[in-house]
Design a protein. Structure first.
Length: 255
């Protein structure tokens, strides 16, 4: 707000529900007297009260609503088959959400259905752009976290990447201090691949190697060198694994 606002617009005392209802009734009655109640679907403008059931516009002016309650400042519910709210923008973000709490979420979404279906908490379609883009600047956090917290064994997963005619998942890093993919299983296979596996570079296995098939080599088998390459050294691998386990441990408290 600028210096041109008057005391009425800067009053922080919220009006009572009775005053709001009374103001709405007065406004509706006044519109009926003027004979414009059914003239147009867009009646409320900047500085006027919101009229339910009609299209409202504030022109180039914005509308702000604030509160100090522990419940949502604005609650919208649709008991029909339509969406509860639709927000679009011609030149910017359709919806902008944020939180100043280190334990809060910028956007929180939930699916309250009690049965399995094809729905989700969030559905994102980027059309010609990415469907979801997530980032972080903290070295101890992840850009994307997917958790399946079921207590039973099943065909689900924490994260699924599906590509119909392209790669299902791409992992990339340009640092020698970490790996493109880190897979850890304390009690079973860490990585299961169905189909041919191609490695462009050295492959180092710390532990037994079981091959259900034939190993083909275009060079004779050689004994291990005294020192492995720096990026593949045991100590470096242990560091990478320790960092990965620390990242996951905070997501599974008490386990």
């Amino acid at each position: 707000m600028g210096d041109t606002t008057d005391r009425a617009t800067t009053n922080t005392t919220p009006p009572s529900r009775r005053r709001i209802l009374a103001a709405g009734a007065t406004g509706a009655a006044g519109a009926a007297v003027l004979g414009v109640a059914g003239a147009t679907q867009a009646q409320a403008a900047a500085g006027q009260a919101l009229i339910l059931g009609r299209s409202n516009t504030s022109g180039s002016a914005s509308t702000g609503v604030s509160s100090t309650t522990s419940t949502p400042t604005v609650a919208v519910h649709n008991a029909g088959s339509g969406a509860a709210a639709l927000m679009t923008s011609a030149r910017s973000n359709g919806f902008a959400g944020g939180s100043y709490s280190q334990d809060g979420y910028g956007v929180s979404a939930a699916n309250y259905a009690n049965t399995v279906g094809f729905g989700a908490a969030i559905a994102a379609s980027g059309k010609f752009n990415e469907g979801i883009r997530a980032s972080t600047i903290d070295a101890s956090r992840a850009g994307v976290v997917g958790i399946n917290d079921t207590d039973v064994v099943g065909p689900g997963a924490g994260v699924v990447g599906l590509g119909a005619n392209i790669a299902g998942m791409v992992a990339y890093t340009a640092t020698p201090d970490d790996a493109g993919i880190v897979a850890i299983n304390e009690f079973g296979p860490a990585l299961v691949a169905q189909g041919s596996a191609q490695f462009d570079g050295d492959v180092v296995v710390f532990g037994d190697l079981y091959v259900m098939g034939t190993i083909y080599c275009d060079n004779p088998i050689q004994p291990l060198p005294e020192e492995l390459p720096g990026a593949l050294a045991s100590s470096r691998t242990e560091t990478i694994r320790a960092r990965a386990k620390a990242l996951v441990s905070r997501l599974l408290p008490g386990r």
